[in-house]
Design a protein around this ligand. Structure first.
Ligand code: NAD
Length: 507
């Protein structure tokens, strides 16, 4: 609940003020020795509470607990049907607790409650339903072509997964990793971002209430270089799944390399939204706005570079700016808010610094670029629109990860594809056209993990999700996760007495 002064009261306020601890072997662990990391309310800038940072010893306890839970077969030894039932119980429990979970997640991320309730938390529940169904359908391989043999290939869980998530959608992204890892019989230790970890505290309570065997899902809290590094390097961790920034991805990959651990990296983006003159421009406008201002602009798959055909550019940009000026900025708990505060002060300052970068780039700031002073100490910034001179500008090349849209114009569709691909990133691309040839060309020529044609973001978990180039390594989604979280084992059985070379038998 929020009072007239926009202060949280009641059960949610109590929950948020509690220290956020590790969850190991079915219970929260508060040894009292942990370093305290302050947690701030992005809407007010006030300290909400503390996060109790797990040091290397606490990470060791979590990893060894997960290892024991894996090795003794309490989870990996269950039938697929039992695991499916357990995942569905988690799905149902998230749905039952979604109201409170949404409020907590919205409070610490700053993302408006309407978006968290409408998409982020339902998707977190669906992650468990999806993987419950997926493991009921997939099979191994059987080959009979090799004369005299039957060759089977089946999959076994890898062991213990180390799962690291970012702050922009903690429960949605961590739950995807947890659901996928445990569906295939692994156990795991998850580390959410220290900036917005409260939703995952509540999530662990929900998971625990379903009767999942203790030790299957464990959680540690703390800063990346302390808790995150200890987790990635721990010898009991067999596989690492990371979602976060590209620079962090590089550090994690090199830590994981020491232990030759399989990794997926879901990293940053600077994705293009190509809008052609022949598109349904009303829909393209709605989608372009959603693509950059949804989630307060803190989305890896944001359409942050809007490439607009020159013949319609002035009119489209004017309509875009008019709508941006109308976006309702407000407290994240108010259902009417369309944009809330950014997740942290440091992040707000970083995003704001790009207004100066834009000017140095020779770009024109059409609206925004400033802090919203009327919102007090909250980390609110105005939704920003700039027009860049060309794609070489820093604002076209660097991920800003905020409500910051950059327009670039193009003359031909081939030129637009060239601009879209002229990036170190390659996560997603959006294309708006009514011309089938252009849509087909985009599908083939865009060097990104996903191409959306005439639609804003939509996910089908059956399909692969991940990035080209510096946007990542590996894929999430049904088959991608199966590949990461399972080892393939081949068994060849001789079904005839095939000849065996008889060494030393000639004398
Ligand atoms: P981040 O890289 O700073 O942190 C992500 C996680 O890694 C956090 O839990 C952090 O504590 C941990 N970490 C940091 N340094 C570490 C280290 N040295 N060793 C181990 N762990 C470490 O990212 P962020 O700022 O939380 O999130 C924003 C970034 O995430 C953006 O770049 C965004 O594009 C990306 N992202 C990508 C996707 C995707 O699916 N591709 C989805 C969401 C966000």
């Amino acid at each position: 609940m929020i009072d007239d002064n926009m202060q949280r009261t009641g059960a949610i306020a109590d929950f948020l003020s509690r220290p956020q601890a590790s969850f190991i072997n079915g219970r929260f662990v508060a040894t009292g020795s942990q370093h305290h990391v302050p947690v701030f309310d992005p809407a007010s800038g006030e300290q909400l509470g503390d996060l109790l940072e797990a040091d290397a010893a606490e990470v060791d306890l979590a990893a060894r607990t997960a290892r024991e839970a894996f090795d003794d077969g309490r989870w990996s030894g269950l039938t697929v049907e039992s695991r499916q039932n357990a995942l569905m119980k988690i799905h149902d429990a998230i749905i039952a607790g979604q109201s409170e979970l949404s409020e907590i997640e919205s409070a610490t991320t700053g993302i408006p409650l309407a978006q968290i309730k409408g998409f982020y938390i339902p998707r977190s529940a669906y992650n468990f339903k999806f993987f419950a169904e997926f493991i009921g359908q997939v099979g191994g391989d059987l080959y009979t072509q090799e004369p005299g043999y039957v060759t089977s290939v089946f999959r076994e869980p890898v062991g213990v997964a180390g799962l690291l998530g970012p702050w922009n959608a903690p429960v949605t992204l961590c739950s995807m990793k947890i659901a996928a890892a445990i569906a295939f019989g692994n156990t795991c230790v998850v580390k959410p971002s220290e900036i917005a970890a409260a939703g995952m505290q509540r999530f662990m309570e929900i998971v625990n209430s379903t009767g999942l065997p203790p030790g299957v899902v464990n959680l540690v809290n703390g800063r990346g270089p302390v808790t995150g590094t200890a987790l990635v390097e721990h010898p009991d961790i067999n596989v690492v799944s990371f979602t976060g920034g590209t620079t962090t991805g590089r550090a994690i990959l090199s830590s994981a390399a020491k232990g030759l651990k399989a990794c997926t990296m879901e990293l940053g983006g600077k994705s293009a939204s190509i809008i052609c003159a022949d598109a349904d421009l009303e829909r393209a406008l709605d989608a372009a706005l959603l693509g950059i201002y949804g989630g307060n602009g803190q989305q890896c798959l944001a359409g942050s570079r809007i490439l607009i055909e020159r013949s319609i550019a002035d009119k489209f940009i004017a309509a875009f700016v008019a709508r941006v000026k109308n976006i309702r900025i407000g407290h994240p708990s108010q259902m009417s808010s369309e944009m809330g505060p950014l997740a942290s002060k440091a992040h707000m300052e970083r995003v704001l610094s790009y207004a100066e970068v834009a000017k140095a780039d020779g770009a024109e700031i059409l609206t925004g670029g400033k802090r919203v002073e009327s919102m007090g100490k909250g980390y609110y910034i105005e939704p920003t629109v700039v027009r860049a001179p060309n794609n070489a500008a820093r604002i076209c090349q660097e991920e800003i990860f905020g409500p910051f849209a950059t327009f670039v114009t193009f003359d031909t569709f081939e030129e637009a594809i060239g601009i879209a691909n002229d990036s170190t990133f390659g996560l997603v691309a959006y294309v708006w056209t009514s011309n089938l040839d252009k849509a087909n060309l985009a599908m083939r020529k865009l060097r990104t993990g996903t191409v959306w044609v005439n639609t804003p973001v939509v996910r089908d978990l059956r399909s692969a999700f991940g990035g080209y180039r510096e946007s990542g390594i590996g894929r999430e989604g049904g088959k991608g996760c199966m590949s990461l979280y399972t080892e393939e084992k081949t068994t060849m059985v001789a079904i005839e007495k095939m000849p065996i070379r008889r060494l030393g038998a000639s004398a």
